[in-house]
Design a protein around this ligand. Structure first.
Ligand code: AMP
Length: 129
């Protein structure tokens, strides 16, 4: 069965899209640690990051770098942190999280954003790419 992220990539489930190319897709995390928290996903559905083939792995990091630079231009933060967990969704994804303190990388630390805030954040990150 297709993962929830494959369904997002295929447009079967809505998301706040940030970026896309032939191989990768980026969208806002729906339950963010901080405003601007973004997930970057390879379109190829693989569970664990270190099982990716080398080209997809390095391409994922390069695509994530571009998105992270755009996030940093969009959301006031000290830096953008990167984390890979995958315990909830078995489809490789890189978390890019604007950090102002250590609390922001703690996955128990969540912020509530309105639909309008999600939309404007995704739009601005995309414009800053
Ligand atoms: P993990 O697999 O532990 O790295 O966590 C999966 C992440 O995906 C969590 O931060 C969720 O909030 C996020 N997530 C799950 N479903 C969606 C969705 N439909 N849209 C955006 N983010 C999601």
């Amino acid at each position: 069965m297709a993962s929830i992220f494959t369904k997002i990539i295929n447009g079967e489930i809505p998301c706040y899209k940030v970026a896309e190319d032939a191989d990768y897709f980026a969208f806002l995390d729906i339950n963010p640690n901080a405003k601007g928290h973004t997930l970057v996903v390879p379109k190829k559905e693989v569970d664990k990051i270190f099982d990716l083939d080398k080209d997809t792995y390095t391409g994922l990091l390069e695509f994530s770098r571009k998105v992270a630079i755009a996030i940093e231009k969009t959301v006031p933060c000290l830096r953008v942190g990167m984390s890979v967990i995958g315990l909830e969704v078995p489809h490789v994804h890189v978390h890019l999280i604007p950090l102002n303190s250590m609390a922001d990388i703690d996955f128990k630390h969540k912020v509530n954003l309105s639909k309008e805030e999600f939309e404007s954040t995704a739009r601005t990150i995309a414009a800053n790419l």
